[in-house]
Design a protein around this ligand. Structure first.
Ligand code: AMP
Length: 203
């Protein structure tokens, strides 16, 4: 199994890069944001709770989030190959819980890919995404709040994973393909992309 976390601020390219990495390394993609948005679309009780946090730019409480994640892992047989965690963990308690959840399932994290992008670039990307996709939390007020939450609650994870010895700092600025190539390059010593999908690599 090969498990990686894509880590970075809102708009850092986690979802975009996940789409490539899923193909390159034959992994299962878990975006906790997508799981929550699906519940909101379906109008479930969980969706209602999630919406009350997401619309304000706040994080869903850790206990609930960890439970949702463990459920996804257990219900999807595809996760046995390995997982890209996109948007999870976002707090230290979540990171510690993830370690435990993976240990209980006989596996561990292999790498944390940190997409490092300056705030002004993030804001520009999110405003554009809001215009293009109509995503409800991509409005100027909520974006500001999400960045504050990111810096207060999520950035301490960088140091946590540096200490765990699995943090890979990636310059997340630039074209999508360039960033992807940087990720593939930095993962190279740990795991090569599958041959069948090697064509996705840039020259
Ligand atoms: P994302 O699609 O990853 O940007 O997530 C959108 C929103 O979903 C976030 O702003 C949070 O409100 C919520 N969310 C997603 N993942 C998590 C998580 N791991 N912990 C808490 N809240 C989360």
């Amino acid at each position: 199994m090969f498990n990686i976390v894509l880590f970075g601020g809102p708009g850092s390219g986690k979802g975009t890069q996940s789409a490539y990495l899923v193909h390159l390394y034959s992994l299962y993609h878990i975006s906790t944001g997508e799981v929550l948005r699906e519940q909101i679309r379906l109008g479930t009780e969980l969706g209602k709770i999630a919406d009350s946090y997401i619309s304000k730019g706040n994080l869903i409480p850790d206990d609930l989030m960890v439970q949702i994640l463990a459920d996804v892992l257990d219900k999807q047989p595809d996760t046995k190959k390995g997982v890209i965690f996109d948007g999870f963990p976002r707090t230290l308690p979540q990171a510690k819980a993830l370690k435990k959840v993976l240990e209980e399932r006989g596996t561990k994290l292999d790498a944390v890919i940190g997409l490092e992008v300056p705030d002004d670039v993030l804001i520009g990307r999110l405003i554009n995404r809001g215009k293009e996709t109509g995503r409800a939390d991509d409005n100027p007020e909520t974006i500001k709040k999400r960045l504050v939450v990111y810096h207060n609650q999520t950035t301490p994870l960088r140091e946590y994973y540096v200490n765990e010895g699995i943090y890979l700092a990636i310059d997340g600025n630039g074209k999508v393909e360039e960033v992807m190539e940087r990720i593939v390059h930095s993962l190279d010593p740990i795991r090569k992309p599958d041959n069948s999908t090697a064509a996705w690599r840039l020259k």
